[in-house]
Write a protein that binds this ligand. Sequence first.
Ligand code: ADP
Length: 715
Amino acid sequence: MDEETYTEVNKAHADFLGFEKGELKSANLFDIFRKDEAEKCLDNNKTLIKNKEKVFHEQWIQNRDGYKRYLSITKEPVFGSDGGIKYIVSSASDITDKKIELDRLKEKEGNYKEIFDKSLNGFALHKVITDSVGNPIDYVFLDVNIAFGNLIGLSPENIVGKCVTEVLPGIESTTFKETYGKVALTGESIKFEQYSEPLKKYYEILAYSTSYGYFVTIFNDITDRKIAENELNKKNKLLSDVFESIQDGLIVLDTDFNIRYVNNIVRQYYKENSPFEGKKCYSVFHNRDKPCKQCPTRRCLNTGKSEFEIINANTSTENKWAELYSYPVFDNSNENISYVVEFIRDITERKKVDERLLEIEESFYNLAENAPIGILTCDKDGNIEYVNPEIVKMMGSPGEEYTKKINVLKYPPIVEIGFSESIKTVLDTGITISSFEKEYVSKWGIYACLRAHVSPLKDTNNDIRGAQIIMDDVTSNKRNEYKLQEYAKELENLNETKQVFADVLRHDLLNPIGIVKNYTDILYKKEIDESKLWILDRIRKSNKKALNLVENAGKLAKIECMDNIEFDNLDLVKLINSLLDDFKSDLDNKNIDISFICNESCFAKANSTIKQALSNLIDNSIKYSPPDSSILLDIVNSDNYWKIKINDSGPGIPDSEKPYIFDRFRRSGSQNINGSGLGLAIVKKIVDLHDGDVGINDNPKGKGSVFWITIKKSN
Ligand code: ADP
């Protein structure tokens, strides 16, 4: 068989090639086709002969007229009875149109493939794998582009053909099966954003199905956008936090007075008008149909500058006042206003306080104006700021304006008396100087003695800004004081006179009494006539009484002249013991037992006159006690005082007499006992001089009395 030579052709074949059927009979392939076409044809024939099998091939064939067609050629062997190939039957069909369409598609696909491969977005085509009941369990990557590979850090060759559970271990814990399974099996596309922790990137993922069981994912790296968005959100959040934390109302308006934003303070304040955004401010806040006349925002829009106004901000329930500041916000060109920011501060309380302060100020002003004391304020340099009418009067100045011209640090009459220096000290140190007196003669010739009180005036920063001087005209007091001093002097002289008088009187009285005593004693010794002796005894007793009276009266007069006495530390125990020695013979005469047991010293703040007081009390207790009785002397510790108690068993003092028993010449039913009625008065006076107390109680043991005195302990 000759594989290069035609044996027979049909008419369609000959027509296609542009030959007569007869011309092709026994024609060589190289005579009919162009060389490359003939060679390809020959190769196919040889393959067929070699393999003894049918071959297919497609190729462009050009006919005799140069007209090219794309043919699909099938060649089949025809075997002879010897088993060898006898003929090759070749049939061709014209698939030129199909080929052109296919090439066009291929070209298109090539373009898409390039886009697919070179795209910055990650593309992946997947096929879902389902279990026996059709539930998605995994998906396999059919194709991925380079960008997708980069996303997961693998080259496309290492991804394609593998299951996602293989490529991305750990994905099992996510909802990938449900998410993508739904897309692939229902055809429903989804779009979502996801953050990849290992890649530290944000992706926008679009998944859609191309056909049942297949789906495509497109990964768009939105990290930059997302970061920018987050930054913006953070900034917005910060801004909104700042706005919301501001304790003043904040409103953002556009240039048409439309509200764009209000903060929480405004929302709370105008609760009932909510929502605000998009509405006109004058309608929401003032119930008007056009902007208010006094509106600072209106001015701000005209001037382009910040504006301010105190406005009435009444709500439906409250009458309120507010400060309103309007600030313009310009666009990028800095020429046009984009927004106006309004700050509103509720000043209702402040206004109330201001009004109250004004009232207080008014009442203080009235108080100062009508005060009977002088009030003056000056600045740090001593210039008078305020004087009340009383000051004007005190200085004898012709009027307030003249007084105000005085500088309190330089005005000579004040400087001379050192008053300016005191004011300067207060201005320099801030220490108040209170109640000091100064005498001066004013410029207008007025003499006055003023008691002044200078205190600093401070500003809101607590810095000294001046001084406040309060002055009291104590001229008449001063005069009285001088008079009093004179009286005191006179009195002192008088006391001295009285003392001298008492001494002289005592001396002059004791002298005749002494003479009477001496002569009576002489006569008594010589006389033997009983009746004369009785008379002489009466004279001696009366004379003794007179002596006693004069001595006690003298003592009392002396003590009563004392005002201030000096105190020593005296041990009362020692003092009483020595006194008891003096009374030894009196005690023996009456066989009276006196007990005073005190081992410790009792120091008191006392004058030596206290000995006289104690002596009088002991003397009385012996005098008024019956013979053979006993007396108890005791010192009791009583806080700051020593209480000295003398208990006797004499007649006692009736309750009705007790309040008066320390008065002068008071004698309580004891006319037969020798006495002057001055002893207890002396006791009381001495104890008074010691700032102590005297008293009398009934003897708790029954008959008798307890006389007591208290004396301050020494420190
Ligand atoms: P006289 O010199 O009279 O004793 P006093 O002033 O010492 O004067 O006492 C006044 C009066 O108080 C006495 O006359 C007496 O009646 C009464 N009196 C004083 N001490 C005692 C006493 N211990 N017991 C009873 N009566 C007393």
